[in-house]
Ligand binder design. Sequence first.
Ligand SMILES: [Zn+2]
Length: 400
Amino acid sequence: MSWRVGGVRFVAQDRDGRLTGGQRRIVALDRSLLLQCRTSQVTQAAEVADRPGSGLVVTVERGNPRGCLARARHLLEVDHYRQPVLLDAARYVGPDRLTASASFDDRWIGRQRELGLPVLTDSGYLAPADTAGCLGILERAARLGDAIALLPMHPSWLADPTARQHLVRYVEVVGVPVAIVVERAVTPVDPVEVVRGLLELLRCAVPVLLLRADLAALGALGSGAVAAAVGLDPTLRGLDPRDAGPPRQPHQAGRPSVLIRQCLSYQSIAGVEAAMRRYPDNGMWHCGCPTCAGRDLNWLVSRPESARAGLVLRHCVDVLLDLRTEMTGPSVQLNQWSWRARCATASSRLREVGWERLPMLTHWQEAITLPTVSRLNIPAPRRSTSGTRFSRVAPPRAGR
Ligand SMILES: [Zn+2]
């Protein structure tokens, strides 16, 4: 039997024609663009992400999983929130982070089940070359029967060709859905290779989610991710290396930034105001999102501060969900070429108004290969799907 998540079809091979609870929850993700927030941000996040195609990832705050579980229960039972919700224990982050060999907390797993949520493992950090840690997370997650294995990983797992090959092989052999969080690449890790590795993982025969991401989440969704999460604030739009200095606190990132659609990037309110004054006829200040309703972004940035944060967040989520709709067509190749073109346009638009370049845009352009005549004419070979619980059978992927 087969089952479909958005435009991507998987085959369930180990059941008699019925979806298991875990598979049903994966199907319900339906290539959602999730908003990742902390426990204390759930109210504001749920208000704006309560629409089809959206959902939440709630990240444990200050090492308090109970608080996160209690807020999730309230969200579901009192607020009657109906979009997909995932809970992130965040044990992979901070000075006391756990390693990949740490066992899962049975209570954390059990409470997610009680709430009827997809079960996301509370994995520790997957260091470079920690093969035993990687297999340990996957095998323990598979034994749970209904879990998504969280793999919060050093970027070399994707960038290094050998590590990448092992990762993809382990994931396919164990056959458990995975949610990855990728630590920011620093020298000597090549960030273009990280994107290439991500694309290869997304081509593999099991459902893959990308969490704690920036706008790269859209590229991942277009490339076949069953869901991807963009952080509500910059601290949740990536994972900083532990030795990258003191972690940014959520309050440091509290000033709202505005998502500029054509630049595929967030800009500070002051930066947007200044650029609008300097380049009034630039053509990218008009916003057709439901919140702005065709107005110039001036209306948004000139709101009184008390009203502004909520409206800015609503505008950002409107734009993200609109881009998500455009990026999740049935053809992964077309989605990827469209994403590549958007990244190129965004780079030039950033340059036009003198804003800082966004390396992510260049990395995706380099990682996505454009069609050649032979690639267009010769059908891509299909990967063997035997021996796995989840098999992706369509559509054909770019670069194969
Ligand atoms: Zn808008």
